[in-house]
Design a protein around this ligand. Structure first.
Ligand code: ATP
Ligand code: RIB
Length: 304
């Protein structure tokens, strides 16, 4: 069995729930405040670890109370933190999140995440069969260095370019599996896309990103499920009908679950169906990292 290595952000999510989102300039009364472990890197690592993959997280925390709490949580989820460094002179990444109507707004203040370097990702030894995962809440030079090492070792790379930002062909060339939502796909393909668009529009935009390379593109479409472009051929995995409480971390759950299944040698199409089921469980709970499902829960959703 391969292992999962995630180079990425670790945040404390400060979550306010309210009946509705405030408009710009408006104040609304909230219902509750929660402190949930989050950050795209940490969420994806927790998802992979809870689904049974040996998982190592590479990143940085501030030397503060949030950092200590996050370390205790991540260790309890079975994530290896040997390559997570405490960083003086900055704070642990913090996300300010509002949840209303089962939808969220997020402001992320990166803190220590912005200080992850190519040297940080140079130490863990990757091997053939391992899966290397990253997202865009740590600096791009660190991600490129991480994927170059992963490729040299024969590992598979998964990039979740979120939050969306432009990046060069040099990094895209290092990506085996690209996981985007419709907004990120539209941004990268330079076109306006809505979750409700015809699948043909997502296929066309995905093809412009695969650029003839043997790259797998997964477009997560919320309740509609996932559209995957594999060897130039599109297949749709339908979303599962569930009661949604909070979608924060759903994309991360999908990525972490996909990485875990690919590390275990599961064929790609089966791994996509599994990750879609895992993410449909995540949206039924509050919070990001704490809402990641166990393997038993995913099996029960798929076959129960
Ligand atoms: P977020 O930024 O909120 O983490 P995202 O935009 O990156 O999410 P989505 O496409 O919204 O990602 O969701 C990822 C996956 O989660 C979907 O492909 C699907 O498998 C699952 N999912 C999300 N929303 C729903 C829903 N309402 N019902 C069932 N499954 C869902
Ligand atoms: O993808 C969800 C995550 O984005 C949250 O946990 C928050 O920390 C932000 O990074």
């Amino acid at each position: 069995m391969g292992r999962v290595f995630v180079a990425g952000s670790i945040n404390m999510d400060v979550v306010a729930t309210a009946v509705r989102h405030p408009r710009v300039g408006e104040t609304v009364a909230g219902d509750a405040v929660h402190y949930f472990p989050g950050g795209k890197g940490a969420n994806q690592a927790v998802a992979a670890a809870k689904l049974g993959a040996p998982t190592t997280l590479i990143g940085r925390l501030g030397a503060d109370a949030f950092g200590q709490q996050l370390k205790a949580f991540l260790t309890a989820q079975g994530v290896d933190l040997a390559f997570v460094a405490d960083t003086a002179g900055t704070h642990t990444g913090t996300a300010i999140i509002t949840v209303a109507d089962a939808d969220n707004t997020i402001v992320v203040v990166p803190g220590a995440n912005a200080l992850v370097t190519p040297e940080d990702v140079a130490v863990p030894e990757l091997a053939k069969g391992d899966i290397a995962v990253s997202q865009f809440e740590i600096p791009l030079p660190a991600i490129s260095a991480f994927f170059r090492r992963a490729r040299a070792a024969g590992a598979t790379t998964i990039l979740n370019p979120a939050p969306a930002m432009m990046f060069g062909a040099e990094l895209l060339d290092l990506v085996d599996v690209l996981v985007v939502n419709e907004t990120e796909l539209g941004f990268l393909a330079n076109t306006e896309l809505e979750a409700t668009d015809d699948p043909a529009r997502f296929i066309e935009a995905s093809q412009s990103l695969s650029a003839g390379a043997n790259r797998i593109i997964c477009v997560t479409l919320g309740k509609r499920g996932v559209l995957a472009l594999i060897d130039g051929e599109a297949s749709m995995i339908a979303g599962r009908a569930v009661e949604v409480v909070d979608t924060t971390g759903a994309g991360d759950c999908f990525v972490g679950a996909l990485a875990a299944r690919l590390a275990s040698g599961t064929p790609l199409r089966d791994a996509l169906g599994y990750a879609n089921a895992a993410a449909s469980i995540c949206v039924q709970r509050m919070g990001a990292a704490p809402s990641m499902p166990t393997a038993a829960e995913v099996v029960s959703a798929l076959h129960g």
